[in-house]
Design a protein around this ligand. Structure first.
Ligand code: ADP
Length: 258
């Protein structure tokens, strides 16, 4: 697997674990602080009072460390700028192409050459696309493995186009992999939800991707038929919404209108 993706997933995993742990520790710590404060107030013995004050100072220190940890774990806000979605696709597909080829999985791209620029953070969107592609790869590889030599050829298709109302960009990643059951479909965006075997999945790829896409005022949707395949659809706002005067502030692109 390429190092960039592994690194991105690992960072996301560490960050989410840290944030989760920090959050859990904060509550009991607040109770300990309040009780200690009460004891310190009531204490008349000067020496014991100083001991309680020291305890309070140390709890405050832990609290500030936890707050720093939670700040660090929070994903960076996207650096939104005029971006070519097709370029993002080209970079991401180049990273997975070799690995797909080795497994006999065909990668097809159908990029709309006239697609106007979107508003987005190219690095974050590349990470999203990598997550979608790697998931598609796993799903196709799993189906091929379960069908043996009788398997139909594995295909992953990546396409970009203008949304139907002409106001946003649409990116789809379609695979003919194992598909997702109706039950699982409602859980795929949950942090740590994974059907992959121990050590192979973190269950963070799609929760992170969903966070990134909605952070762009976009949307991420899944359609799947178990045994037939899956389509992931990413909707993103255009830098200049078509059909709207050019003077419209770019930030007002409305993905709901796609
Ligand atoms: P991970 O890949 O580490 O398991 P993700 O959040 O990326 O975590 O995905 C969660 C789960 O969603 C996967 O374990 C898999 O069950 C399911 N999934 C995601 N994409 C696909 C796909 N294209 N085909 C089939 N299942 C998928």
């Amino acid at each position: 697997l390429n190092a960039k993706l592994v690194q991105a997933e690992r960072l996301a995993a560490v960050g989410q674990l840290a944030a989760g742990a920090a959050h859990e520790i904060n509550n009991p710590l607040a109770i300990i602080y309040a009780r200690t404060q009460l004891l310190e107030h009531k204490e008349t013995d000067e020496k014991k009072k100083r001991d309680f004050q020291q305890m309070l100072a140390q709890i405050e220190r832990i609290t500030s460390i936890l707050n720093n940890l939670m700040d660090f774990a929070r994903p960076a806000p996207p650096r939104i700028e005029k971006t070519s979605l097709n370029d993002v696709v080209t970079r991401a597909t180049a990273l997975v192409q070799g690995g797909l080829g080795k497994q006999g999985i065909r990668l097809e791209t159908a990029l709309d050459p006239n697609l106007s620029p979107i508003l987005g953070d190219a690095n974050q969107l590349e990470q999203v696309l990598l997550n979608l592609l790697i998931n598609a790869e796993h799903a196709v590889a799993e189906r091929i493995a379960s069908q043996g030599s009788a398997a139909t050829a594995g295909i992953i298709r990546v396409a970009t186009r203008l949304g139907s109302a002409g106001r946003g960009a649409v990116l789809t990643v379609t695979d003919n992999g194992v598909g997702i059951s109706k039950d699982n479909l409602s859980k795929i965006f949950d942090p740590f939800f994974t059907t992959k075997e121990e050590g192979k999945g973190t269950g963070l790829g799609l929760s992170t991707s969903y966070g990134i896409v909605t952070g762009h005022n976009g949307d991420l949707r899944y359609d799947s038929t178990p045994g037939r395949g899956t389509t992931a659809t990413v909707l993103l706002p255009l830098a200049v919404p078509t059909g709207t005067p050019r003077s419209t502030p770019a930030g007002e692109a409305d993905p709901q209108a796609i």
